[in-house]
Design a protein around this ligand. Structure first.
Ligand code: PEP
Ligand code: MG
Length: 755
């Protein structure tokens, strides 16, 4: 073996350069390459495996049996070769067969060889193959030999990519365009939304073998100078006051930029015959590989800083200086990166940078500390994010819960907006009323609950001081999932919601799928239906697909064991549908009892009144329900025959129209007369003026968007219930021209807080 890594690698690289410059097909070049490496390293075997159709195929070999070429295949993670590719690690073994991952392939004839060394061949950070050598004599390889192999693997990746020998993108499993919800690590709190922007498409090193080593050295010196200048400027311009953690961070960062060891290693790589770009990359790969071996989280974090700098150097030296920060953000941005260094984050325009998603990231990483100082929410450890998102996709980031929704449906986006609005208003508005009851001036207690749909919504109970969750939209879990959630995961969610609600009641609504809430994985839903919201949806679908409903019933029953289970059915159009759904639940109770499972301490059943026909049947329905819930979103669209999703009709009919109010009064009166609690849970009730009118009609229970709890409580506390009831009575008998204006004037006159 030659004396130094540089000399050893240079010898091979010179040969490789000649091979690559020659005419001829890729296979014959690879055959030459293995011979060349075997000879230079005096090894009996040198083999190249390439990733094709997710398997590592023996592509060229010196020393193994010829008939194994294109025959021997190993899956990712299988055998020594598979584990090198899967984990991106280096193996250096004196006795290959005693390694736990070793698998024997008789066609190769490798039983004669004892020692084994292999390195991954990497392209754009993805493994595309493995280069390995074997010797008959059992020995460990010297560091210089391993380094030479790594250098050669790097050059090979260029040859392999140019010849298109491996499958192109490994992103085949990514998105199919539906919404995707991912859970990561909460790094910096806050909520934000925007378009996905990739921090930087990685610089792909195109040329690895240098023509003129001195010229490459000059290029890298110049790049170092420029990078150091940039870091110095950044440290000077950092706007975070004068003292504090972030300043120390930039200092550490500067220390790395001036680190002599780092520049020396890059120089050595250039000595071995690499171009400046390849040398920077080579050292980066080496450091990465070493860090993988070290199990020290602190060191790993410092490694991110070094990666940040290394990327910066690579961009400068290759002339591809632009990150997304330099190209200028044009819109609200959710920045996506494998990792970011603090300096890279500081490069961004803070007015447009709304959130950051990291594939890696940790609580104590510098970038997290800096982001916190900047007030930018960060979610980390989303390893699959780059496979789930395309540049430009809409992304919702919830740093409070560590979750991210990519390409949200309208329903999800609306719910997110509502939670975001809640966050914005919460401090100012809710602090004042949170702990105060929603009791009117004349002593009437109004129950104010919240609508929710995801586990994280349960936190709004605490934030708002609401009385419970009056509508838990169970279909949200289905909407954010790529596949049908099983009973287990439903149960887990319901239990979590009940746990976080504590003593406060939660009303679960069974699945309301269909309409504008289509599920890609559920067949039979007709997206093309002319009137999907009047189609096969909600309870209609659940009763027809009873297996789905059974699973949900069982999940709810088990989640609520020992507690009160409150459940309601959406879109009940005729009482028999309610009866059938209830029967299905009761049968599941029998099932749970027969199986010796713990049961809920009590079950309350309710129906949602959203379809006008049900109002005609209340005398039949009310004796059978524990409560009634009026969904004004659907109800009003059906009353007016006006699609709730059509923007052209959005403002055409008023929630305060006498038709709606008279209709609601009938229902509320009937429920009150039957002593059945009735709750209003559509968006209407979340507006203080409308809520005031509803109280005037006799309603005393609401379930509303969390952001509206504060304003609603404030309204109730300033209201005289008797007075508004008397007034509404008159107004419904002789409706004014403009009900909204009349009620607004009344509220102002009576100092009711409706703002
Ligand atoms: C409603 O229709 O008013 C309701 C609360 O249900 P959703 O908005 O989920 O259809
Ligand atoms: Mg509805």
């Amino acid at each position: 073996m030659p004396l130094t890594a540089a000399a050893s690698a240079r010898e091979i690289l010179t040969g490789l350069h000649d091979v690559m410059a020659k005419r001829g097909n890729a296979q014959s070049k690879l055959n030459e390459v293995v011979n060349l490496i075997a000879e230079a390293m005096k090894s009996e075997v040198c083999s190249i495996y390439l990733l094709r159709a997710n398997e590592l195929e023996l592509f060229a070999t010196h020393g193994l049996r010829e008939e194994a070429v294109h025959v021997t295949r190993l899956k990712m993670g299988e055998g020594l070769v598979g584990s090198i590719a899967a984990d991106g690690r280096i193996l250096n073994l004196a006795e290959a067969a005693s390694h736990p991952e070793f698998v024997y392939r008789p066609e190769t004839g490798e039983e004669r060889y004892h020692s084994f060394a292999g390195v991954p061949i990497v392209r754009r950070e993805n493994p595309i193959g493995v280069l390995c050598v074997q010797h008959a004599e059992p020995r460990r390889y010297a560091d210089v030999e391993i380094e030479a192999l790594q250098t050669v693997a790097m050059v090979l990746s260029e040859l392999i990519a140019a010849a298109r020998l491996v499958d192109g993108s490994r992103r085949g499993n990514r998105r199919d365009s539906g919404p995707v919800r991912l859970s990561g690590l909460k790094l910096v709190k806050g909520m934000a939304k925007g378009q996905a922007v990739f921090h930087q498409p990685r610089v792909v090193v195109e040329h690895t073998i240098a023509e003129d080593t001195e010229a490459e050295r000059e290029r890298v010196y110049a790049a170092f100078r420029k990078m150091r200048e940039q870091i110095d400027n950044m440290a000077r311009e950092a706007e975070f006051g004068t003292v504090g953690e972030h300043q120390e961070i930039l200092e550490t960062y500067r220390m790395f930029a001036y680190d002599e060891g780092w520049s020396r290693r890059i120089n050595e790589a250039i000595d071995s015959g690499l171009t400046a770009e390849a040398a920077v990359e080579r050292v980066q790969q080496r450091t990465r590989a070493r860090m993988r071996e070290i199990d020290d989280p602190l060191l790993q974090e410092r490694m991110h800083d070094l990666e940040d700098l290394s990327n910066r150097l690579l961009r400068i030296v290759s002339g591809r200086v632009g990150t997304a920060a330099q190209s200028g953000l044009t819109q609200d941005t959710v920045l996506i990166a494998r990792n970011l260094g603090p300096a890279e984050l500081l490069d961004y325009d803070r007015r447009r940078l709304k959130a950051v998603i990291l594939e890696e990231g940790s609580l104590t990483a510098h970038v997290t500390i800096v982001a916190r100082a900047m007030g930018v929410p960060v979610v980390g450890r989303l390893h699959e994010i780059r496979h789930s998102v395309e540049e430009g996709d809409q992304v919702l980031v919830d740093g409070d819960n560590g979750s991210v929704i990519v390409r949200p449906s309208r329903t999800l986006a609306t719910s997110f907006d509502q939670r975001m609005a809640l966050r914005l208003k919460q401090r100012a508005q809710f602090d004042a009323v949170r702990s105060l009851p929603a009791k009117s001036r004349d002593g009437v207690d109004v129950s104010v609950m919240v609508n929710a749909g995801l586990a994280e919504d349960a936190s709004s109970l605490e934030l708002t001081g609401a009385d419970g969750i009056g509508l838990f939209r169970t279909e949200f879990q289905f909407l954010v999932s790529a596949t049908l959630p099983g009973r287990e995961s439903q149960q887990k969610l319901y239990r979590k919601v009940l746990d976080s609600a504590g003593d406060k009641p939660v009303i679960f609504r069974t699945l309301d799928i269909g309409g504008d809430k289509a599920l890609p994985y559920l067949t039979g839903l007709d997206d093309e239906a002319e009137n999907p919201s009047m189609g096969w949806r909600a309870l209609r679908l659940s009763l027809d697909r009873s297996a789905l409903m059974k699973a949900q019933a069982r999940a709810l029953i088990q989640a609520a064991s020992g507690r009160v289970l409150r459940v309601m059915f959406p879109m009940v159009s005729e009482p028999w549908e309610y009866e059938q759904a209830r029967k299905l639940f009761e049968e599941q109770i029998d099932w749970a009892r027969a199986g010796g499972r713990a049961l809920p301490s009590q079950i309350e059943y309710g129906a949602m009144l959203e379809v006008p026909s049900l109002a005609e049947m209340l005398d039949q329905l009310l004796p059978r329900v524990n409560f009634l819930s009026i969904g004004t979103n659907d109800l009003t669209q059906f009353l007016f025959a006006a699609d709730r999703a059509d923007p052209r009709l959005a403002e055409r009919y008023d929630w305060l129209s006498p038709a709606i109010l008279r209709f609601l009064k009938r229902v509320i009166d009937a429920a009150n007369a039957a002593d059945v609690p009735v709750r209003i849970c559509g968006e209407m009730a979340g507006r203080p003026l409308e809520a005031m009118a509803l109280i005037g009609l006799g309603a005393e229970r609401f379930s509303i968007t969390p952001a509206a709890v504060g304003p609603t409580k404030a309204m109730v506390r300033s209201l005289d219930v008797d007075a508004i009831r008397a007034r509404m009575q008159q107004l419904l008998q002789r409706p004014p021209q403009d009900m909204r204006k009349t009620l607004t004037d009344w509220a102002k006159r009576h100092r009711v807080a409706i703002a």
